[in-house]
Design a protein around this ligand. Sequence first.
Ligand SMILES: Nc1ncnc2c1ncn2[C@@H]1O[C@H](COP(=O)(O)OP(=O)(O)OP(=O)(O)O)[C@@H](O)[C@H]1O
Ligand SMILES: [Mg+2]
Length: 468
Amino acid sequence: METFEILFVDDDRTILNLVKEYLTNEGYNLTCVDSGLGAIELMKHSNFQIVFTDLKMPGLSGIELLRRIKEGRPGTEVILITGHGTIESAVKSLKLGCYDFLQKPIKLERLKVLIDRIIEQKKLLDENILLKKRLNERYKYDNLIGAHPKMQEIYRIIDRISLSSPTVLIQGESGTGKELLANIIHKNSDRKEKPFIPVNCGAIAEGLLESELFGHVKGSFTGAFKDTIGLFRAADGGAIFLDEITEIRPYLQVKLLRVIQEKKIRPVGDTKEYKINVRLIAASNRDLDEAMMNGKLRKDLFYRLNVVSIKMPSLIEIKDDITLLINHFIQKFNAASKKKIEGITPETLGALINYHWPGNIRQLENVIERAFALGVDKKITINDLPPEIGKLSKNSITDGISYSLRTNEIALIKKVLFKTNGNKTEAAQLLGINLATLYRKIKKYKLAEKPLQNANKYESQFAFLHNS
Ligand SMILES: Nc1ncnc2c1ncn2[C@@H]1O[C@H](COP(=O)(O)OP(=O)(O)OP(=O)(O)O)[C@@H](O)[C@H]1O
Ligand SMILES: [Mg+2]
């Protein structure tokens, strides 16, 4: 209620005092002033959402005040108070956009009812605007699916960097879509006609990565039967996606850094250098701070790569998108298979939503693909899920209440953080654990540091906790 500011204008100070005492006691944020001109002055500095004004006042009349308010701030609701109400002034003020009338003597309860109604309507309006804004938000960018704000932020970054093609470093757990994103970044850049070459640095034998990337001349090492230009030159004008960068040996990291800085490469065993024009997109599913501390990633290379940094959220973080993703994968596999399926049963959807997805979106995709492979009837059911996920759901009863300790622990922590507005000391007290334990759990479950807007969504899961 404190965000709603109310102004009361009347030349009768007795009325002002009465109203002020009543509404302030009721918890409203009220300012009083005894003239129309005084009101105009106050409105220059405050954002009143509701103005009550007496009709007859010396100087500026209530009708004139109403007219000026509606010209300057049409969103402010004005209620006229009249002791000498005539039909004409009523009609005139309604035409000017007056919200309602109050007859003197003022009934204080009626004031409260009116204010509450306006506040309620304004809130609904705000929610509606928010909802419309949400509907305008994208739920996908090419094949990258997700409506969560974290995904929206990623879509905005793809747009922003599409013209300048800077180096990008993508971090995120395994299966969160790093390679998919790298591909989309390339497809949305002005290099899109040129090659996109993914290199999994962890999958290429240690000694071979250098010649794979930079090429070699015939005879430069055993097995080098002919000259090879290497992936950097093969990607000329396009992009190289260096995946699992922490798997590159430190000596090669130094070479890579030089290549990035000088935009030239020297193939293994060659004396010549070649100019290259390649965009770099790098990725890792490791904690890079830790990797730098352990010497697995050179700091200077990290800073060179980390021009634009994108963190892919884990599936748990964007849980609200699971339904979207499931539909996307069903469509994808429907398109590729002769037998089409209709969807998924609510119970199965519930089981998938409750699962903790260590393998993220890749694991979810595999679960749907597996169901198709095993032959789903019309809809995917619990029996079509891998045993470890299906079994979990048998522990939950079908009314949506989870008996999983982990799920309830996550939900409870989120709820308490929401309740304490993110204050962790208070939250730890409420939870009956010490602060360090709470921090550990927040880290373990990757919970948002700020209180979640949608924490009440977890409310339903608490029926179980409340009742016990
Ligand atoms: N947001 C998404 N929308 C649709 N499909 C996705 C999304 N994220 C991931 N996928 C799909 O999940 C699978 C795994 O994605 P990808 O290979 O890009 O993950 P990754 O982060 O590179 O994983 P890893 O670290 O294990 O290499 C791919 O088939 C990809 O198409
Ligand atoms: Mg990958």
